[in-house]
Each structure stands twice: as structure tokens, then as C-alpha cells.
Ligand binder design. Structure first.
Ligand SMILES: [Zn+2]
Length: 129
């Protein structure tokens, strides 16, 4: 009797432990300025202010870095997670085709969500008149 139960345990225990570490590297996270919506992308940096591509947000100078658009300090930025769209360069090669199928949709959701928000805001300005 006991032997039977031990076989079911074996089935339950089975858990594929695939390492998902590369996708959750905080250094790849993008940060969004809450004031103006500017997104700092570590893969691109900010050429305008001399920040090289590949610079993680955490490596930025907290004192001297300002949002290139609205001059907000680092504290105004919030973590919006890693970039999960394949329009980048190295990441695309690393993650392969599986991700490529998924991400264009997510990218569109982000883009159109942003447009819809901006558009709604724009309309609300007009409706005031
Ligand atoms: Zn800003």
C-alpha cells in the first residue's frame, strides 16, 4: 500500500526548473518618467545627454541625471520592467523566435494604449470649450 502512494508523490514532485534569470535582469528594466512619460531604455541610453547605450538605470548618477524631456530627477522615474519587444538588437538574437511571435502584440498594446490615452486627453481639452 505504501509503495503505491510513493509513486504518486513522484509525479507531483516533478517540476521543470527552467532558469528565467536573463529575462528578469534589473539592469534591463526600463524606467518611465512620471511627469512626462519619457522612457529610459538601458539598451539605448540617452545620446542627447551623453549616456551610452547599455547603461542600466541603476548606474545613472542620481544627482546629475535629469529627465531629458522635463528635467525631473531620478526619483520621478518608476520601474516599468524589462523591455519585451523585439525591436532591440542583441536581445532579439538571444531570445530567439519564440519571443518574436509574442512581443509584437504586446508592443502594439503599449503603443496604442499610449496613443489612446494621449488622444483622450487631447479630446478632453477640446470638450472644455
Ligand atoms: Zn520627464
Amino acid at each position: 500500500m505504501e509503495q503505491e502512494s510513493s509513486t504518486t508523490e513522484e509525479v507531483l514532485i516533478e517540476a521543470p526548473s527552467e532558469e528565467s534569470v536573463p529575462t528578469d535582469n534589473p539592469d534591463t528594466h526600463r524606467f518611465e518618467c512620471r511627469s512626462c512619460g519619457f522612457v529610459y531604455d538601458p539598451a539605448e541610453g540617452v545620446k542627447k545627454v551623453g549616456i551610452e547605450a547599455g547603461t542600466p538605470f541603476s548606474a545613472l548618477d542620481v544627482v546629475s541625471f535629469r529627465c531629458p524631456v522635463c528635467r525631473s530627477p531620478v526619483a520621478a522615474f518608476r520601474d516599468i520592467g524589462p523591455r519585451d519587444k523585439p525591436s532591440g538588437f542583441e536581445e532579439n538574437l538571444k531570445f530567439g523566435l519564440g519571443v518574436n511571435v509574442l512581443t509584437p502584440g504586446q508592443k502594439n498594446v503599449l503603443i496604442f494604449g499610449g496613443f489612446a490615452l494621449a488622444f483622450a486627453f487631447f479630446l478632453s481639452l477640446y470638450s472644455l470649450r
